[in-house]
Ligand binder design. Sequence first.
Ligand code: GRF
Length: 200
Amino acid sequence: KKLVILISGRGSNMEAIVRAAIPGAKIAAVIANKPTAAGLAFARAHGIEAEVVDHTAYADRDAFDNALAIAIDRHEPDLVVLAGFMRVLGDAFVRRYEGRMINIHPSLLPSFPGLHTHRKAIESGVRLHGATVHFVTPTLDCGPIIAQAAVPVGADDTEASLAAKVLVQEHVIYPQAVRWFVEGRLRVEGNRVTVIDADL
Ligand code: GRF
């Protein structure tokens, strides 16, 4: 199965997926929307085609989305992986990849969609926080959930310490979710995902 991974910055989730060396998964390309994305260097160092579709080079959101789709489709991926990708993608783009595009969000969805999730978790006084891997649908951060991991929120936790704990778990569940997809174990009925014979 061919993967294209989209990043915007550090790319630590992309790195975790690369390092997982998932059997049957070929990473055809890493594409960043920013030329400064540090993850591009990691991809290149691992012999993975690394490209930039710079969103500042396009007049509007649709033009960027179209250019990104063209760059992605050249690789004919089975799966598009959003990994720390910080652009909101338009409905037409999302529908083009629906069912084969996944994202990781740093909260236990449906809690805390959107940005600043760790700050929201601390301010809300939750005792559990975490990360969610989900299929991407036109409604932001709302698609069928594939995997989640929870971390405890301590009284002395800061936004930074909580983000660090969550990130460790992201690097566990994202490769796992990609593996399940590549192995054809994911069944989606409505908003529910079933993992067939998952090696949990
Ligand atoms: C992570 O918190 C991830 O959940 C969010 O972007 C942050 C950076 O991810 N989507 P990465 O290190 O660029 O993969």
